[in-house]
Design a protein around this ligand. Structure first.
Ligand code: GLY
Length: 282
């Protein structure tokens, strides 16, 4: 593992306001069964999310403004993959999302990251498909991310093995699979999630522990390691996913922070989607 900081020790979080156009125009996987987004509630939930990040010791927030011409712009995670001192600006799979990268690029330039841009027009990559475990990258091959995108990521982050895995039945790899701690993979229980997990465990050489959540959506959680509090996990609330919330309680020595995400979930947004967490100066 490069560097000596603990896994997921971050000092900057990039977040972005919701676009006013989100409710009407954000992309949805399932266009027919869409429930309407309550924008006021969405803004409250997003404020709670950003306030929670702001309250974590040592974490500085970089807050970008929303842009009505970019309905999905709150989901900053998809625009860049940052590891060490390098930021790879992605080429998002959805053409309507490509211009989201510009503001994120400016923020990362101001933070002095080495910027690499994915310019190959045959490549697509969404940050939501990129799971960095601290040891290696898993990249979900999904409707948004292709082999060429995964290859470019491997070329940029040469210190790490990059393992492409198939993702079906959901938007991104991280929609049902995230890291809940060092070497601890949180994953949903659906057939599709378990199929991806099986492939991940077959292709890796590391021994990960798994935290299987009854609900796929709850497996998208945000893990951070803070200098004062150690393990911190933002996870979906007991009201949204009662059985999964019980499972999180098995994590001892964690500060568990329930965060509600009912509104952005309607447009396929998960907790990790709304921030890029990085360690400036790592
Ligand atoms: N609405 C999130 C996405 O489709 O990328």
């Amino acid at each position: 593992m490069a560097g000596s900081a603990p896994y997921a020790r971050y000092n900057v979080a990039i977040v972005r306001d919701l676009a006013d156009s989100l409710a009407g125009q954000a992309l949805r996987m399932n266009k027919d069964q869409g429930q309407s987004v309550d924008m006021e509630k969405a803004r409250q939930e997003h404020k709670h999310y950003t306030d929670t990040l702001r309250s974590i010791d040592g974490l500085q927030l970089v807050e970008l403004s929303g842009d009505s011409s970019l309905p999905d712009c709150v989901f900053v995670e998809d625009a860049a993959v940052v590891c060490g001192d390098t930021a790879l600006l992605t080429r998002p799979g959805a053409p309507s999302r490509r211009a989201e990268v510009n503001s994120v690029k400016q923020a990362l330039q101001q933070l002095n990251f080495n910027i690499v841009e994915m310019k190959d027009e045959t490549a697509t990559l969404d940050g939501g498909d990129v799971l960095f475990t601290g040891r290696e990258f898993f990249v979900g091959l999904s409707s948004r991310t292709n082999q060429r995108g995964a290859q470019i990521l491997a070329d940029v982050f040469k210190d790490y093995v990059v393992i492409p895995v198939d993702v079906t039945g959901t938007l991104h790899l991280k929609t049902f699979c995230t890291m809940a701690g060092p070497d601890l993979i949180a994953i949903g229980s659906s057939v599709e999630a378990q199929k991806t997990l099986k492939e991940m465990l077959k292709l890796t050489t590391y021994n990960y522990t798994t935290l299987i959540l009854p609900d796929d959506e709850a497996a998208n959680c945000v893990y951070l390691n803070s200098p004062e509090k150690g393990h911190i996990l933002l996870h979906r609330t007991a009201k949204e996913f009662p059985e999964s919330a019980k499972r999180f309680k098995s994590l001892t020595n964690y500060t568990l922070i329930p965060v509600s995400n009912t509104e952005l979930a309607k447009v396929d947004g998960s907790l990790t989607c709304c921030s890029i967490l990085l360690n400036k100066g790592a």
